[in-house]
Design a protein around this ligand. Sequence first.
Ligand code: GRF
Length: 199
Amino acid sequence: MVLVSGSGTNLQALLDATADPTYGAQVVAVGADRDGIEGLARAERVGVPTFVRRVKDFTTREAWDEALAESVAAYEPDVVVLAGFMKLVGAEFLARFDGRVVNTHPALSPSFPGMHGPADALAYGVKVTGCTLFVVDAGVDTGAILAQRVVEVLPGDDVETLHERIKVAERAMLVDTVGRMARTGWSVEGRRTRFGDDA
Ligand code: GRF
């Protein structure tokens, strides 16, 4: 199960990977917090079911969170991948899918959490940044780390060129790690994560 808010290139990478039966995972559905986005179109084009739950259609944030959790639960996913999903899921959602919600962030955690990872990295002047896949907890980009990839910051970079290069690394990281989770299993102990095929 994948949740998206935008262009969905990370979702597309997963959809492409799942075309190979040895990959070990399938995208059972795609959910979004808004209509008319390319992420939903990508799912529709390959016949993956979609749903939309918009915050503004609910009286409270908690009601939205519960409805989102219900919609996700209907597909009985093993892993819920937030791939450019620009909303924080709430306590109810996390309790329901405890330890099975993962998010990709375009920075090397714990640096530069929040909505502007590439811009913040550029402004700080770091020479390397990257991306992080983590198990979602109650914080913002604070969960236990499953995978990270390093991306060099180049002298001529602006936010867009840097973010695009990070996204190339991000897609590969996501595909490699979600497949590995599906094929070998994984565990989380405190901040440490392990995969079934770890030495
Ligand atoms: C990714 O860099 C994600 O980490 C960030 O937004 C981007 C989403 O890209 N939060 P896409 O929708 O998968 O193309």
